[in-house]
Design a protein around this ligand. Sequence first.
Ligand code: FAD
Length: 499
Amino acid sequence: MTARLLDPRPHGAEQAPPGTTAVVVGGGLAGVAAACVLAERGVSVTLLEREHFLGGRAGAWTEQLPDGTSFEMERGFHAFFRQYYNLQALLRRIDPELSFLEPLEDYPIHGPDGEEQSFHGLPTTTPANLITLVRRSPAISFRQLAKVSVPRALEMLTYEAERTYARRDGGDAGSYLDSLNFPPRARRLFFDVFAHSFFNPEREMSAGELLMMFHFYFTGNPEGLVFDVSKRPFSHAIWDPMAEYLASRGVDTRLGVTVDAVARSQGTRWRVTAGAEAWEADVVVLGLPVSGLQEVVEASPDLDDADWRDEVAALALTHPFVVWRLWLDRPTEPGRAPFVGTTGLGPLDNISLYQLFEDESRSWAERTGGSVVELHAYAVDPETSEAEMRRLLLDGLHRLYPETAGAEVVDERYLVRRDCPAFAPGSYARRPGVETPFEGVAIAGDLVRLPFPSALMERATASGFMAANAVLAPYGVRSEPIRTVPPRGLLSWLPSGRG
Ligand SMILES: Cc1cc2nc3c(=O)[nH]c(=O)nc-3n(C[C@H](O)[C@H](O)[C@H](O)COP(=O)(O)OP(=O)(O)OC[C@H]3O[C@@H](n4cnc5c(N)ncnc54)[C@H](O)[C@@H]3O)c2cc1C
């Protein structure tokens, strides 16, 4: 299995006609990916971003610790998987060797009572990776394996978008996982953490989406289940150089601008407004999260296709998540992993030890003898109070890393946000794609439907490239190549896959 290339117009014109203009709304990965391609094709681009920093959910901003040290706070730890081909292509524009990334060879999952599942050194090909994983896992024996539902489990290897979504999008991921009949310990270690990584609770997530994720991250991923992390804060590694790159391509980036609406202007042109300000352009890309997109579309009667408006209105946000970064007065024990997924420890989903991989935290830890710990909880119950959530997360940390139990918290940042898209059962068919019914307008972001398997940062970036390709199509301009994992599962030809 190798990466596939989608390149609808490889031999088009190098540049758009002189004077072509674009407004890109949203400075997250999706908007920035679109802005890069448009600017590289000679379009004069204005990029409008609500916050005072680029990057959206992968952004970073400067804050201060009580001792006066300034640091870059982020929206949370991010894993850069090796099959994120389009994200890599975007990032190579600012760092051709991707030197800011460092491999994390393992992604261990820890449960209570010392349970551990390692993914280290698995073969990269399917089914060898699956066989090795099951053979060496203490969570499942061959006797228990015999009880697993083979036809259901085979669906992980027979992914094919149309068929998989037709069969499974109506059901929820939790019920699908139950139907596999894995022993409870193996289900927890293999699946619960994975399902939660998409911010949606299992019972409210489409089983079709879950199967796509299995294919994208594991059974259809030619690069193996390893990922890289950023050695530097995202602002230094990505967004400062990206802002420079965009400026060098003539992009006019405006931060602190909240766009209200898009309206038709003279001829086929569009007008984008933010308060009293307005920008005219030939093409518009909306790289917005769910609520931002819905607000803009709601306020834009000229985007007047009723079906499309219904699709946008039907998008939804999933539950909130919590990111809690703690500066502790003592080190963690030697030998701890930089990142672990957790299961069975209340709402705690993962723990990152920033001093083990990120330069800023490493120097703080070396100077003070402390450690920088980040705890994540996804798909949290909105009824849980902050005090209770803090208690539960600390409890999970202390159980897994007892050396932190007596630590003094030197400083902390506790973020609760709700801006990740829901992938509810039945949502696939009505999810809007990149192209819209309006010539010159496209949407991008990790909320859109793509015609190949993709997720999260990679979906945001791929959709940004595709949005630029879509609005440039009428000008016959060469497309930005899009790379993807193989679109179908290894065993998609099996009759059970077709049944
Ligand atoms: C805690 C956490 C951990 C994560 N971990 C991972 C991971 O390990 N791996 C992974 O692949 N992904 C991860 N993700 C997901 C990843 O961050 C997102 O999928 C990706 O960043 C989404 O990019 P986007 O451009 O689609 O949206 P966003 O990043 O949300 O960008 C949209 C932008 O639009 C701006 N905006 C909104 N409204 C307006 C308006 N009216 N006018 C102008 N601008 C507006 C916003 O400020 C924002 O900058 C994680 C996310 C979180 C929150």
